[in-house]
Structure formats: structure tokens, C-alpha cells
Design a binder for this molecule. Sequence first.
Ligand SMILES: [Zn+2]
Ligand SMILES: [Zn+2]
Length: 77
Amino acid sequence: MTPAGLSATRARRADQEKPGKFICGICGGDFTRRSNLDAHTRSHLGVRPYSCTECNGKFGTRSVLNRHKRALHPDRA
Ligand SMILES: [Zn+2]
Ligand SMILES: [Zn+2]
């Protein structure tokens, strides 16, 4: 027996116990904010609650919608 195995186990556990993390139950991605995780989870489910008022395009997050508006409807932004 060597202490190498023990220290490896301890390092792995410390890595799993990072505080303030929100983990995606689908892909395991980690997020520092609950809202970011929620938006990310919606992207897995194909839910797109934000719709463009100019072209009826549908988007998963407000930031993606805003980016779309600036790109495709710059005169409306
Ligand atoms: Zn995910
Ligand atoms: Zn649009």
C-alpha cells in the first residue's frame, strides 16, 4: 500500500464539493447561476419561450433573442 491512492481519492472528492454550482441533470454542465442553468436546460428540451415580434422567430433565451433582433432587424432595435 502507498499513500498515493488515498490522496487521489481526496482530491476527487474536493472537486465534487465545489460550492455554488448548479449542475445540468442532462449533460452535467455546471453553471454559477440558477438562471443560467434554467436557460441551458430549456435549450435541451427545445423550449423557446421568447418570440421575435418582427418575424415570429422563437428563441430559448432573451439574450439570444436580442442578438437576433440586432442582427436581423437593426432598424427595430
Ligand atoms: Zn445540459
Ligand atoms: Zn426576427
